[in-house]
Structures are given as structure tokens and as C-alpha cells.
Design a protein around this ligand. Structure first.
Ligand SMILES: [Zn+2]
Length: 548
């Protein structure tokens, strides 16, 4: 008989995130937790020669789960020229950075940059084609806004794509034009479809076309990079929230080559919904490591690029206005149809106008099919009102915000919308109205730094140490729940992961300090020392706690 691989973990603070909360030891067999509790109990559950992992006083937690990540894009966009603040503080910086970056690329590759934020640039405006023409006049230049919702290109790019002043405006998108109607080079949301060729992936009014074609070797490089980042961040399960045929082919190839370590749940993009129904695809299919689940939809734009619809409107200096991808009725019909076909919906909504549509759609979906219990989600849910939060509880709608966005851009939101911006990411209201707390990163829009996310949700502090909306603070326990068990529930995976419980996967972390007892200010400095998946160590920083 083959000897079973067994582990006994002990010797530190073990936080299980189930009702036991704190235990002395955890026993693992063949990648599954078979016992948790006191040392003797766990030792007895192991029959053969088990391996001991001494935590040496460190803390063990369930693996972190991020329910909203653009996985391939995390590797891809962090490989593009870095236009994030403070690396890029002005349009002059942008031109210089892109020119330098171009020198590292083969001549036929598009010069791409990611992460500029017009509000943080010295000029406080979007770059134009004229600016980008200074980077290259005979090569394509393409830059992406930090939110992913706006793309800027140079003249050469537009010429080769046949885009000019006669290019039509589209529903669910914005094209910047001057007074004569000439293009200024910025394309928002649905308008980004103009920037891709006929044979490339097209999204229509289902979302933003940020899906770029690259040869497979490049995709695999990007996936490797994203996977390394995820393991270092302690992410053992990830929801990749929108896949097109590019990502699907890349993930399948990566899986074949053994490059996927974290559990990856991929969500179908709603532009494929008709085909999925036609094919009779199951809404949830795959195995423990690679799965397809649910439907990703877009309702509105982004707070960061000023393209979401708000009841309170924006301050006058915001040049853009809100828009919807779908007509409200069309969006609500999509959600109801998805529910009827068993698809959990993940709808991108940042403004409070569209939240009303999701609430109405889910209300009608629940009434039509009381037998279906899907946790329909609102991705981001930046500026929900308290009344909307109460309705989310009633309808079991799951908001998926990103405290890192608050940390980095919270101040900008208050500047853009006024006092109501204080309630950006209203975790306090979620708690008050019994709506589940979930934490995610939306990587690469923000880096998957879970402890800084927890710290932010607990303190409401921005990157420059300002407290915004202190009444929306939550406890450390609630924040931890948000990146473990509740995040698993948001992905309908709580039977497998999210807590250290018998029968669940041995996905766990060893971290440098105990977030429940350490000084609150220190939470953001807690380090991920080891990341384990299926009872196997996949990432180690410094000292090795196991014997492998
Ligand atoms: Zn996203």
C-alpha cells in the first residue's frame, strides 16, 4: 500500500476561521485537513509516519481568497511601461517612460503603458494623441488608465486601424473629441472595441475591451508572473472575473504545463452568454484547481475615470459623465436570464444608480425562481446608499469591494463627489445590515496586498494616513473573514476552502504576526512567510518551517 502523505502543523497561533476559531494543531492527509483541535487529538488522527511543521510561534491562517482578480492581466499590465503614480507624475514623464520602454521591445510590438491617473498628473488632464505622437510616429502606442476603463492611442495607431473623425460614437462608451469632432485619442469603455482588429476579441456593449492579443509564449510568461505575485501575496484561490477566448486558451495551456498553482475560478464574459446557452454549457464546470463559474456583466463605468452614474453627480471639474453599458432593462433581463440558467452573476457596478437595477433584477429573479439560491454579486459597489445596503441583505446580494482602491483613491473620490464620498466602500453599513463582508483587490487595478486591505477596512486610512468615513470601520475578525471564508462563499466554494476545517483542502498560510492580537498599525506590515496549497508548500519567504 502507498504511504499516505501526512502533516501535523503546530507550535504557533492557528486561526481556523470556523467556530473553533483558535486551535492547537491541524492534521493533514493527502492535501485534505482531517483533524483540527488539540495536539493529542490531531496526533491520534495520523496513522503513519507524518511530517511535523513547527510554526515556531508564528501564525497559521487559511489561504487568502481573492474573488475579483484579472489574473492574466496582472502579469501583462505589470510588464507594460509603468505609468502609475508616483513613477509617472506628468505627461512629460509619461512620454519619457514610454520612449525608454520602447527601446526594450522588438520593433513590431505595440508600445503599451499602464496605470496613469489623470487626476494625479501635473497637467490634471488626459494625454492626447499629440502627446503620444511624441513617443513614436511610426509605431503603435497604447496606454491604459489605472481603472482599465480608458485607453489612449497615438495617431499612427488610429491611422492603421482606420479610425478617424467619422468613427461613430457607441452605446456604453465615450470618445474624446475636440469642438470640430476630431478625435483626441482617448476611448472609454465600449468605445475601446474600435481599437482592435476585425478578427480580435470583440466585447460590444458588454464591457471594456482591454483584452489584448499576444502570442502564447507571452501569455504563459504573464501567467507565471501573476502566479508568483499571487503566491507571494498568499492567494490560494482566485476568481478571474472575465475570460474571453484569449484567457481561456492561455489558462488551459498554463494548466497543461503545470503553471497554475492557486485554484483558479474563471467567470464567463457576458458577451458569450448566448453561445453558452446555445451550447448548453454548465454554469459551473471543472475541478478543484480550474473551474468555470458564473457570468460577468458590466453595468456602469468607473469612479476613478469618472464614467459611473451617481445619484449625487460629480463636481463640475470632472470632464466625463456617467454612462451605462446596457440599457437598464436589457441589463436586468440579462441578470434574470442568467439566474434562470443557473449562472451566478458578477456585475460590475461602481455607482449607486445602477445598484438599483441590480436590486430590482435580483428581486424579480428570486420571485421567479425561489428554488435557485445563487449569490448574485455586485463587483466594487463603491458608493451604495444605506437603503440599498439594507435591500442587499434582504435579497442575499453580495458586494465585492476593494479596500485597496479606497486606500489609494479614497481621497480622490471625496474630491470628485463631495461628502457622500466618505461612504465609499461602506463596510460599516454592510456589517450593520448583515451583508457579508468580502475583500478583494481587482488586481492589477491595485496590488493584491491582503494585509494592507485588512488594515484599510479596519482603520479607514488612506495611503496618506487620512481617515475617511470612520463610521464605516469594521473589526479585524470581520475583515479576516472577508478574505477567507466569506470570499470562498462569494465563489460558492466554501465546501472546499476558506477555513481550516475537517474535510477542506489544506490551503494555508504561515504569517509573521497574529493579526488578531498585534498592534493595529502593524497589520499592514505582516508578512506572508509560506503559502501552502493542497498540503504542499508553494511559496517560501526566508526561513522554511516545513522540512520540504
Ligand atoms: Zn475588475
Amino acid at each position: 500500500m502507498m504511504k499516505k502523505k501526512q502533516l501535523l502543523v503546530h507550535g504557533g497561533n492557528i486561526i481556523t476561521m470556523d467556530e473553533n476559531n483558535i486551535v492547537e494543531a491541524v492534521a493533514v492527509e493527502e492535501g485534505t485537513i482531517i483533524e483540527t483541535g488539540n495536539m493529542e487529538q490531531c496526533r491520534q488522527s495520523l496513522t503513519g509516519g507524518f511530517e511535523e511543521i513547527d510554526l515556531k510561534g508564528k501564525t497559521m491562517l487559511p489561504g487568502f481568497i481573492d474573488p475579483h482578480v484579472h489574473f492574466l492581466y496582472t502579469g501583462m499590465l505589470t510588464s507594460w511601461a509603468d505609468l502609475t503614480y508616483p513613477n509617472c507624475k506628468s505627461i512629460g514623464d509619461m512620454i519619457r517612460i514610454l520612449k525608454e520602454y520602447a527601446k526594450t521591445l522588438p520593433e513590431d510590438v505595440v508600445i503599451c503603458g499602464y496605470g496613469f491617473d489623470q487626476r494625479k498628473l501635473l497637467e490634471e488632464r488626459y494625454p492626447t494623441t499629440k502627446d503620444l505622437d511624441q513617443v513614436a510616429a511610426d509605431r503603435k502606442v497604447k496606454i491604459m488608465h489605472i481603472s482599465g476603463h480608458g485607453i489612449g492611442v497615438n495617431s499612427y495607431y488610429m491611422q492603421t486601424m482606420g479610425i478617424d473623425k467619422n468613427t461613430p460614437d457607441v452605446d456604453g462608451g465615450v470618445i474624446f473629441r475636440d469642438q470640430e469632432g476630431n478625435l483626441e485619442g482617448m476611448f472609454f469603455d465600449s468605445a475601446a472595441d474600435h481599437l482592435v482588429g476585425e478578427n480580435e476579441v470583440r466585447i460590444g456593449n458588454h464591457g471594456i475591451n482591454c483584452h489584448a492579443y499576444y502570442p502564447m509564449e507571452m501569455y504563459l510568461e504573464y501567467i507565471k508572473k501573476a502566479q508568483d505575485m499571487a503566491l507571494a501575496a498568499g492567494l490560494t484561490s482566485i476568481n478571474e472575473v472575465q475570460v474571453t477566448r484569449y484567457e481561456m486558451s492561455a489558462y488551459q495551456e498554463a494548466r497543461k504545463k503545470g503553471l497554475l498553482k492557486s485554484r483558479l475560478v474563471s467567470t464567463y464574459y457576458s458577451c458569450y452568454f448566448d453561445e453558452l446557452k446555445d451550447l448548453g454549457m454548465w454554469p459551473r464546470i471543472g475541478d478543484d484547481k480550474f473551474m468555470l463559474n458564473g457570468l460577468k456583466l458590466y453595468a456602469d463605468g468607473s469612479l476613478l475615470s469618472g464614467t459611473t452614474f451617481l445619484k449625487q453627480g460629480y463636481k463640475p471639474w470632472i470632464k466625463t459623465a456617467g454612462h451605462f453599458f446596457h440599457k437598464p432593462q436589457e441589463l436586468m433581463d440579462l441578470i434574470k436570464d442568467a439566474n434562470a440558467h443557473g449562472f451566478q452573476t458578477l456585475t460590475h457596478v461602481t455607482g449607486n444608480v445602477a445598484i438599483d437595477y441590480i436590486i430590482q433584477a435580483v428581486r424579480e429573479a428570486r420571485a421567479e425562481h425561489p428554488e435557485i439560491h445563487l449569490r448574485h454579486r455586485i463587483e466594487h459597489c463603491g458608493l451604495a446608499t444605506e437603503e440599498q445596503v439594507a435591500q442587499m441583505n434582504e435579497l442575499d446580494i453580495w458586494p465585492i469591494p476593494q479596500p485597496m482602491h479606497f486606500h489609494l483613491y479614497g481621497k480622490g473620490v471625496v474630491q470628485a463627489v463631495g461628502e457622500t464620498g466618505e461612504d465609499y466602500n461602506p463596510y460599516g453599513w454592510f456589517k450593520k445590515h448583515n451583508v457579508p463582508i468580502v475583500i478583494s483587490s481587482d488586481s492589477p487595478v491595485s496590488t493584491p496586498d491582503v494585509f494592507t486591505s485588512i488594515y484599510t477596512a479596519v482603520t479607514r486610512k488612506t495611503a496618506d494616513n487620512e481617515v475617511i468615513g470612520p463610521h464605516q470601520k469594521i473589526s479585524i475578525e470581520d475583515a479576516l473573514m472577508g478574505c477567507t471564508l466569506n470570499a470562498a462563499k462569494a465563489m460558492h466554494m466554501e465546501d472546499k476552502v476558506g477555513s481550516l476545517e475537517c474535510g477542506k483542502k489544506a490551503d494555508f498560510l504561515i504569517v509573521s504576526d497574529d493579526p488578531l492580537t498585534c498592534d493595529v498599525e502593524k497589520i499592514k506590515d505582516i508578512e506572508i512567510l509560506e503559502t501552502w496549497i493542497d498540503g504542499k508548500v508553494e511559496y517560501t519567504k526566508g526561513e522554511n518551517y516545513g522540512k520540504q
